[in-house]
Design a protein around this ligand. Sequence first.
Ligand SMILES: OC[C@H]1O[C@H](O[C@H]2O[C@H](CO)[C@@H](O)[C@H](O)[C@H]2O)[C@H](O)[C@@H](O)[C@@H]1O
Length: 530
Amino acid sequence: MASARLTDFMPVHHDEDAPIEPYKVGESHQIMRIIECTEGSIALNLECHPRFEYGGIIPHAHLERPNIGFAHGGSGAISLYCSVPLRMVEGGFRSEGTLRQGQKAFAIVTYESRFSYDSKSLNSAEIERSLAEATAYWQNWSDICTYDGPYEEYVLRSALTLKALTYAPSGGMVAAPTTSLPESIGGERNWDYRYTWIRDASFAIYGLHILGYQREARAFRNWIEWATVGRPRDLNIMYGLGGERRLTEVTLPELSGYRESAPVRIGNGAYSQFQLDAYGELMDSAHLYRRFVGPIDEEYWSYLRNVVNFVLDHWRDPDEGVWEARSGRQHNVFSKAWCWVALDRAIKMVNALGLQGDVDHWKTVRAEIREQILAHGFDEERGVFVQAYGSDLLDASNLMLPLIGFIKADDPRMLATIRATQRELTTEKGFVYRYRGFDDGLPGDEGTFNICSFWLCDNLILLGELDEATALFERLLDHTNDLGLMSEEIDSHSGEMLGNFPQAFSHLSIINTAVQLQRARLRAARRAKA
Ligand SMILES: OC[C@H]1O[C@H](O[C@H]2O[C@H](CO)[C@@H](O)[C@H](O)[C@H]2O)[C@H](O)[C@@H](O)[C@@H]1O
C-alpha cells in the first residue's frame, strides 16, 4: 500500500500598509505544489510543458540550475522550481524520483516578466511558509462570514468563489475564470467570461454584503471609479480586469474547443453593446454601499449624478438588454426597470444623506418609467409581463421585478407572470430557461440558466411557498460538483453542467437564496409562535 497527498495552492502576500487588504492575493502569479508521501513509497514523475498564447507557442526552455527551469516564448515566460532535480524534455521539464513515507517534494510555477526571474523565493521552506500564510488568510476571511444556517457549506464555498474571482490588485471580479466552455456540447455558444461585467460584479457585491463582507465593496467601488474615469456617463458594460475597454472578440480556429465545441473565442463582442441595466446596477451598488459600508463623499456623489443624468437622457432608448442578444436593440422591460432603480436609489440616497439633487424631477421620471413599463411591457391579453414592448414572449429576467422592489410578487400581474414562467419556461425539474422562441441572433441551443432558476426560488419565497422554494433550491444544489462549484447553465437532458465555470451569477445566487430562505423560515416560525 502506498499513498500520497497533493496540495496545490496560490500564495498570498502580506502587506500591512495596504488600506483595503492586508494581503495581496495573486500578485506574483504563482502556483505552488506539495506532494507528501503518507504511506509506503511512491514513484514521482512531475512534468511541466508550458504553452503560451492559447497553446500556439512552444517556448524555448532551458535549465538555469538543477532545480530551476525557465521557459519563454512570445509574450509569455515562466520559471519552474522543483525540489527534485529537473531535466529537459521536448518543450518542457521533467523531474523523477522516489518519495518514502514522510518525505515531501515541492514545486513552484511562476508567471514571470518576459526577460528575467527572481530566484530569491524559489525554495521549499518558502512553500511551507506560504501554505501556512494562505491557509490563515482564507480561514480569517471565512470567519468574517456572518451566515449561520442551512446550506452553510454551500454559502461559504460560494463566498470563497466570488472572492477568488476577484483580482486583488484592482478589485475587479470576473464573471467566470474560463472562456468558451459551451452552452451546449458541440455547439457554438461559447463565450469569454474573463472580464468584469458591471452587472455580474454588482450582484456579487450584494451577495458578499449580506454575508458581512465590506472590504470587497470598497475595492469594487474604487475599481469602478477608476475603470470608468473620464466616461462615467457612457459606461462600457464590461471591462478587462485592468480597466481595459476594448475587448474585441476573435476566434481561435486552431483550437477544436471543449468536447469539439467550436469556436473558441477570446474577447467578447458584447463589450460594445448598450445595456441600460448597468446604470441601475451601479446606482444600486452605491445605495448598498451607503447602507452597509459608509457615507457617499462629494466626489462619489458627483460621479453618481452623472450616471443619473445619463439615465434621464437615455432611458427611452432601446438597448441590447441583459442577455446580450446579438439580434439588435429593443425596449427591454428588464432594462427599463433598472432605469427605474437608478432613479429610485438616487432619490433614496438624497433623502438619507441630504445630498444635492433634483429629487422632484427624478420622482416624476421614475413614475413615468413605471407607467410606461406597465402600459407597454405588460401584455393585457395574456396578463403577463413580456420581454420587450410589443413582444408576446416571456423572459425570465422579469422574475427580478419583485426582487428590485418594482412590484410585489403577489400583485396579480406579477403572480400571473411567475406562473406563466413556471409553465412555459421551465423543465420538469423546474429549472428555468432565459427565454424560448426568441431570435437572439445566435445559432444553436442552450441549457437552463441557473441564475434564472434561483430567481424563481426567490419569487416562491416572496409568495410564502417555502417548501416548493426549498425543493427547487436543493435540486439546483445537486448540480454543483464535489467541491460545491457551479457553472452557468444545466443541460436539460443529461443534467450536465454547461457554460463557463465556476460562474459568479450562480454562486451569488446560492448565497442570496439561502439567506432569503432562512430569513423567511425564521419569520414564519415567529409568526407561528405569536
Ligand atoms: O447569450 C449570448 C451572450 O452570452 C453571454 O452573456 C451572458 O453572460 C454574461 C456574463 O455572465 C451575463 O452578464 C449576461 O447576462 C449573459 O447573457 C456573452 O457574454 C455574450 O457575448 C453573448 O452575446
